[in-house]
Design a binder for this molecule. Structure first.
Ligand code: SAH
Ligand code: SF4
Ligand code: F3S
Length: 472
């Protein structure tokens, strides 16, 4: 039986070994493996995972599978998982429990787990121990091997585990079945070498590997040629783009070149404050098709906690960067991520965080209670703050975040702004939904023919998390 298990110690290693660039190719004999069968992929986690699922779906379709309408009717069910916090874990294990029932009722279905949880030694051990009814487990490094993995699994009746714990390669030419016809994710780098002490990502995604400049720009151009209006350049630390390549270009050059393709909208996530250069800020302000929206995770406003987190900036240097961005790109909306209840966080440390929120008045923020992740340094730190206190801090923080989010939206009332209409509105089927340049969700009274267009709308009503508008 072939079994490739993840190993935490291997996942931690970083070497100077050169990154290999491989080309995806599906073996001819596996192109009919899925004929007359359907698949369902359920995605958890960040945009990186959403885009991985787009690759997975396209690979399955190359094998002859068709997308099922729902999980209950699918012949193949894959959970593309996220490991970032305990509740992400729990959700997935709950779903694996449901899969077990489905497998009892329909023994011929194929079930599998992939993504970041599959990269965790503890998770795969638990799966082998309690959920070995699953057919396949594969990781973030070998999505391109899915045809072979499925082939193996379909010819045996034992769980097939294929997870590599290594620094990782770059796989080019993977197909993608994109969720949208108008906006697309473009990976510019994989992995992460920052090793923030609380974070599991460097262990689940391997080392930082930048894609080649030309490959990225070619993808952006081809998306534009295919009618796409917007690209989002993706990476855990996009500002560090190119640093692992030792070449003369960096993220500001990449942004500039992406803007010069002439595509209507260029976005990028996530910007770590650590590598945010002045040149980048200038490029953002110079090109009208680089969207004035910056996600700038703070995590904490306390220098003591930031140090324990390994974030390598201080409250002061963060605020300096924030002000520089606001000065050079005055219309920029800035959002953030904040963790409360990190080990050792006192009331005073937490108030430093509130202080930064009061200063920055973020357009919005994702807020989390610290969740210890097995294998990370922070999981071993002494943590004596009761959960009740952490919950109370989260509540206070959210009140403040919501207040500023609403205030930021209120400035839009009566204004005319461009919106890319991308969907029928979830709350009202007669409306279309889309985002402003600044990433504000807007529901617009507009006919379906306007889908895929960037139109000027007049904001007629604002709420905390969305706005209503009519065509201007
Ligand atoms: N690369 C991005 C973050 C990606 S993870 C960056 O460095 O900013 C998304 C967010 O999840 C993080 O910004 C952080 O706020 C949160 N997060 C990560 N690990 C966490 C943990 N162990 N507990 C709670 N929140 C966590
Ligand atoms: Fe995690 Fe830090 Fe890397 Fe972001 S920069 S993915 S928080 S280790
Ligand atoms: Fe989750 Fe992995 Fe993204 S842990 S947040 S899916 S990189």
């Amino acid at each position: 039986m072939s079994m490739l298990m993840p190993h935490l110690d291997e996942a931690k290693k970083r070497t100077k070994k050169e990154v290999k660039i491989k080309k995806y190719e599906i073996p001819e004999n596996l192109k009919t493996l899925g004929t007359c069968k359907t698949y369902y992929v359920k995605t958890y986690g960040c945009q990186m995972n959403v885009h991985d699922s787009e690759n997975i779906k396209a690979i399955l379709e190359e094998m002859g599978f068709n997308e099922a309408l729902d999980m209950e009717s699918a012949d193949l069910i894959l959970l593309n998982t996220c490991a970032i916090r305990e509740n992400a874990h729990n959700k997935v294990f709950g779903m694996i429990g449901r899969l077990k029932h489905m497998k009892e009722e329909r023994p011929n279905i194929i079930t599998g787990v992939c993504g970041c949880m599959a990269q965790e030694e503890v998770v795969v051990n638990e799966i082998l121990d309690k959920y070995s009814f699953l057919d396949i487990v594969f990781g973030t490094h070998n999505i391109h091997e899915l045809p072979e993995i499925l082939n193996k699994a379909m010819h045996k009746n034992k769980i097939e585990v294929d997870v590599y714990s290594y620094e990782g390669d770059i796989i080019e030419d993977m197909p993608a079945k994109r969720d949208s016809k108008y906006k697309a994710f473009v990976n510019i780098m994989y992995g992460c070498d920052k090793f923030c002490t609380y974070c599991i990502v460097p262990y689940t995604r391997g080392k930082q590997r930048s894609r080649r400049f030309g490959d990225i720009i070619r993808e952006v151009k081809s998306l534009k040629d295919n009618g796409y209006k917007e690209v989002t350049l993706l990476g855990q630390n996009v500002n560090a783009y190119g640093k692992d390549l030792n070449l003369e270009y960096d993220m500001s050059d990449l942004l500039e070149e992406a803007a010069k393709t002439g595509i209507d909208r260029v976005r990028f996530v996530t910007s770590h404050p650590w590598d945010f250069t002045d040149k980048m800020i200038e490029v953002i302000s110079k090109y009208s098709n680089i969207m004035p929206y910056i996600h700038l995770p703070l995590q904490s406003g306390s220098d003591k906690i930031l140090k324990l987190m390994g974030r390598r900036y201080t409250k002061e240097s963060y605020l300096e960067l924030f002000n520089k961005i606001k000065k050079t790109v005055p219309n920029a909306s800035i959002t953030t991520d904040i963790i409360v209840g990190f080990p050792g966080e006192t009331e005073e440390d937490f108030e430093d965080t509130l202080d930064v929120v009061n200063t920055c008045k973020y357009d919005s923020a994702f807020t989390f209670i610290f969740s210890p992740r097995e294998g990370t340094p922070a999981a071993k730190m002494k943590d004596d703050t009761p959960l009740k206190v952490k919950e109370e801090r989260l509540h206070r923080l959210n009140e403040l975040v919501n207040k500023y989010a609403r205030e930021a939206n209120e400035k839009y009332l009566g204004k005319v702004v461009p919106v890319l209409l991308e969907n029928v509105s979830e709350k009202d089927g007669s409306m279309l939904a889309g985002y402003t340049d600044t990433m504000k969700l807007v529901n617009v009274k507009a006919p379906k023919e306007m889908l895929g267009k960037i139109v000027n709308v007049k904001i007629t009503d604002v709420k905390t998390w969305s706005m209503d508008a009519e065509i201007a």
